[in-house]
Design a protein around this ligand. Structure first.
Ligand SMILES: NC(=O)C1=CN([C@@H]2O[C@H](COP(=O)(O)OP(=O)(O)OC[C@H]3O[C@@H](n4cnc5c(N)ncnc54)[C@H](O)[C@@H]3O)[C@@H](O)[C@H]2O)[C@@H](O)CC1
Length: 487
């Protein structure tokens, strides 16, 4: 993002002070939507870098917009100042804007304002907070006021490990510039912020798109670009035949859910392999779905499938390991989930035989069982990037924001989904979606991106009218949601 700033300044004939003004205007526009009451009393805490410069400009622009109670506190712990900070300070001084200088954390007056804008330190942070900055953050946190941070909360690193004992100036909302920071997507970010929203500040979009970044955020437009329309004269054979190997006597539902999702996501044919005791359930609940006896899971029968998903409710016994050994010999794209992942975690030799181009869908526990325990999500994601390259496979690392890591180690972040979806069976549905898109001919990465986005989006649509979302309901909804996405 710093490169995009520099490129925009150089090529758009915009000076850095104008870019700061543009960023501050974008902040104020979003702020006004969040805090419409112009009588709200606001304390703007400004450090001496460009984040502080934004704060000074924001204070002036808020006054211009009609906010009558804006007070600025200059956090003067450092002797270094940036040029744009100095220019914005001069603009405020010229307006006779009341300014309070705080040279030590203990000098911060007992703030009476209802709301605090945090512009102390932004993305220029290079170490954890300590000394006066740490004391200041602790003092402000103790006030329990509503805090809106500019770009990032003070003390919060844009990338790198988020340690549990670090101190941040906690924000209720972060209004950040142009793109969210990767660390916003980790569960540990909850220590520093509740929500974020992104505002455009006029950086050169072409440059941002072309600049290689290891992280991409999936957007509806990406899905529209990926999903191929259904053409005339196509038939069920065009859309592939998926096989789902799942379920035991007491976990038949997992197989049903995966098969249901696979069917509704558009696979031409869906077959499920469950114990024979599940046959009636399949025929009753999913009449379109076919059945394959476990005894028939032999190479010559399996070669005809366009994709095979394995794992939901399957158990971690020898049978699962034996089936994995068989399907690893095939040239059929694989989706590996749940108990199949746990079996691979128990036997590293088998994991080494994983065919390239496979799709693995672990949640945090399954991931750590496969690749070792991790203390932070940053580390976990780094391991996922390394393993995806080594295994030449795609990993869907499930989380509130799911990470899709491709064979080059690049990460696509999925933004859809909501807490209403925190119910058993959701993972089985995602596996069925992955199998469906793999069977329809999408690459492992494409299938993963479409499946994750669609899964969350269908859940979001259901959550508009429901507190919690049942997995079977979501599986039945995906076809309609997909239609809406590609319109
Ligand atoms: N052209 C640009 O680069 C733009 C930058 N913008 C703002 O500029 C911010 C980045 O500004 P800066 O790079 O000046 O840096 P900051 O304002 O984030 O930080 C100020 C200074 O603090 C010092 N510092 C770093 N780590 C510290 C620590 N642990 N404890 C104490 N001091 C520490 C550094 O010397 C840094 O220069 C962004 O977050 C954003 O708010 C916006 O104005 C948009 C345009």
């Amino acid at each position: 993002m710093r490169a995009a700033d520099a490129f925009t300044i150089k090529n758009k004939e915009i000076t850095s002070i104008d870019l700061m003004e543009s960023a501050s205007m974008a902040f104020v526009k979003a702020f006004a939507e969040e805090v419409p009451d112009h009588e709200t009393s606001i304390a703007v805490l400004c450090g001496k870098g460009n984040n502080g410069g934004d704060g000074l400009a924001v204070a002036r622009l808020l006054k211009d917009k009609g906010y009558t109670n804006v007070f600025v506190y200059l956090i003067a712990f450092s002797s270094k100042v940036t040029e744009d900070y100095t220019a914005n300070l001069k603009r405020l001084e010229d307006l006779w804007f009341p300014l309070v200088t705080v040279s030590k954390a203990e000098d911060l007056p007992e703030l009476k304002e209802e709301l605090i804008i945090d512009a102390v330190l932004g993305s220029g942070l290079n170490t954890e907070l300590d000394g006066e900055y740490k004391l200041l953050a602790q003092r402000v946190n103790a006030l329990n006021r509503r805090v809106i941070a500019i770009d990032v909360p003070t003390g919060f690193p844009a990338e790198g490990e988020l340690r549990k004992d670090s101190v941040y100036l906690k924000a209720d909302l972060v209004i950040c510039f142009e793109r969210p920071k990767i660390n916003f997507f980790f569960p540990e970010s909850a220590q520093a912020m509740k929500h974020f929203r992104v505002v455009s500040i006029g950086l050169d979009e072409d440059f941002i798109q072309k600049t290689s970044s290891s992280y991409q955020l999936a957007e509806a437009l990406d899905i529209r670009g990926l999903v191929k329309p259904r053409e005339s004269f196509t038939h069920k054979g065009t859309y592939g035949h998926a096989l789902i190997i799942a379920g035991q006597q007491k976990t038949m539902g997992a197989a049903l859910l995966a098969a249901r999702a696979c069917l509704h996501a558009g696979a031409g044919l869906t077959t499920v392999s469950v114990p024979e005791s599940g046959l009636t359930a399949i025929n009753t609940a999913l009449p379109e779905v076919m059945y394959l006896d476990r005894a028939d899971l032999q190479p010559d029968t399996l070669e005809k499938f366009k994709a095979i998903a394995i794992g939901p409710g399957l158990g971690t016994g020898k049978e699962t390991a034996d089936i994995l050994k068989t399907i690893f010999q095939l040239k059929v794209p694989l989706v590996i989930d749940a108990d199949a992942l746990n079996v691979l975690g128990n036997s590293p030799d088998l994991l080494e035989q994983l065919p390239s181009g496979s799709l693995l869908t672990p949640h945090m526990k399954e991931f750590d069982h496969l690749f070792g325990a991790h203390q932070s999500w940053w580390d976990r994601l780094e391991t996922a990037r390394k393993k995806a390259r080594e295994l030449q496979s795609v990993i869907i690392l499930k989380n509130q924001y799911t990470f899709i890591i491709d064979q080059t180690g690049d990460v696509t972040i999925n933004p859809t989904g909501n807490p209403g979806m925190a119910q058993g069976g959701m993972g089985d549905v995602l596996t069925g979606l992955c199998a469906s898109f793999r069977a329809q001919g999408y690459s492992a990465k494409e299938a993963a991106v479409i499946a994750c986005y669609l899964h969350g989006k269908a859940g979001d649509e259901l959550a508009e009218t429901e507190i919690s979302v049942a997995a079977s309901e979501l599986a039945g909804k995906v076809s309609g949601t997909l239609k809406g996405l590609i319109k």
